[in-house]
Design a protein around this ligand. Sequence first.
Ligand code: ADP
Ligand code: MG
Length: 242
Amino acid sequence: MSKHILEAKGVKKVFPGTVALQDVSVSFDEGKVHAVLGKNGSGKSTLMKIFSGVYRATEGEIFLDGKKLNLSSAESAIKERIVTVYQELSVIRDLTVAENLMIGKLPLKRKGRIDWAKVNQKAREILEYLRIDLDIKAYVRDLTVGQQQLVEIAKAMLANPQVLILDEPTSALSDKECENLFRVIEDLKKKDIIILFISHRLQEVFKIADQVTVLRDGHLVGTEKVENLDSAGLIQMMFGNV
Ligand code: ADP
Ligand code: MG
């Protein structure tokens, strides 16, 4: 079977008064962590939101496994198994870990009662599968931001993604929490998923990514294997000749 591949071809995105992306053509294949790097405002989130159905490209097209995608909403992207963990967390603080994971797909027993045993079992299963050590009965408000981020990722994984987009997942994490997250991402690589890891921190790219795509002022600077790069090279790609 051939590898799964997500592509953008000639993507442009115009907001009133801003050209956020200009002629971006790039492809991402499975089994790797693809970092998308660029300073703030370079267009990273805009590109991800085009892949996740939140925005429509002004020009250009996106493809998954060669099939042109015509995404009209975040739901339509999830149907194509493109699942995004956004920069802003969306967990519900006053629900437990299990409830957050299973919300929207709560299993019912007869008489329409929620089957809590099944909720807990499924929540436990996904956390075990991802080797995430969390108490499913804990309230999300009592977790660290890093743990909340892991709940978001576990929830994304329940949607059975072909493409998993993590938009700046480390921005609020401690070093220890980052290590934990990176371990989970390393595991995901083995599961035939296309992983996009958005960041504006170069050190992370060296730690977790196999390949890096750099955006600058809405333009694609290029894509390189991380093993062929050093910090100076990456800084040059991010900021141009300074
Ligand atoms: P990054 O994620 O790399 O920080 P963004 O994709 O969020 O960058 O933003 C790229 C550019 O597009 C910025 O100039 C930003 O101000 C602009 N932009 C992003 N979203 C919107 C929006 N919804 N409306 C208007 N301008 C936007
Ligand atoms: Mg962003």
